[in-house]
Ligand binder design. Sequence first.
Ligand SMILES: Nc1ncnc2c1ncn2[C@@H]1O[C@H](COP(=O)(O)OP(=O)(O)OP(=O)(O)O)[C@@H](O)[C@H]1O
Length: 231
Amino acid sequence: MVKMIDVTKKYVLGEQVIIANDNVSFSVNEGELCVILGPSGAGKTTILNILGGMDVASSGQIIIDDKDITKFNSKQLTNYRRHDVGFVFQFYNLMPQLTALDNVEIASEIGKDPLDAKEVLISVGLKDRMHNFPSQLSGGEQQRVSIARAIAKNPKILLCDEPTGALDIETGKQILELLYNTSKNFNKTVIIVTHNQAIAEIADRVITVKNGHVASNKHQSKPKQIHEVKW
Ligand SMILES: Nc1ncnc2c1ncn2[C@@H]1O[C@H](COP(=O)(O)OP(=O)(O)OP(=O)(O)O)[C@@H](O)[C@H]1O
């Protein structure tokens, strides 16, 4: 369902050419939770940005549901970002002047087949906090809002860049559990980028990235449960 084939991304800075992704190939199935693991600078965020249509590959193909998004024009790419992809970031990126509910509704309204914003907020455990502003919520609660925002527009794929990076261990585990349940209950493909090895233990698939290329791609038939993971 999500397939990268020989994707290379080069950044040209004057005389300098930086190869952020070097012939990256992998695929992730529908409903899988995939962790892309690697050290700082390995090229993880670049992969996520290219998959999400926020950056363009220098070469290669990105097949999403049998369509090559590298062939999309800018309107098709905007539609793809709008309808097919949900993003979750390390620092939530919520709109501070809007309540949790409004933050989720504003995103769901642009979806073709959105889920009910209130129901999604209830499903992420925020039944009693949906009328609060982001500044009135803890980091973990804000991340739940941002996940609800991504889920509510009912995309095919959730792309998460260090979603637990700003959270303590326990809150981070709750967020991972939520992402795992999202992949299973909503049958979404969830891709998480992280440098935290422990997170990889809960994944259906672990893709390790080093110096811009895929060093390993492992399917885990029995991933660990969140409570078994230590970091
Ligand atoms: N816009 C850009 N212009 C030039 N170089 C870039 C740009 N974006 C990323 N790079 C370079 O590409 C390489 C991969 O960066 P990327 O952000 O994908 O790594 P990462 O694995 O996500 O790192 P981190 O975990 O630190 O976020 C790095 O060397 C980075 O400096």
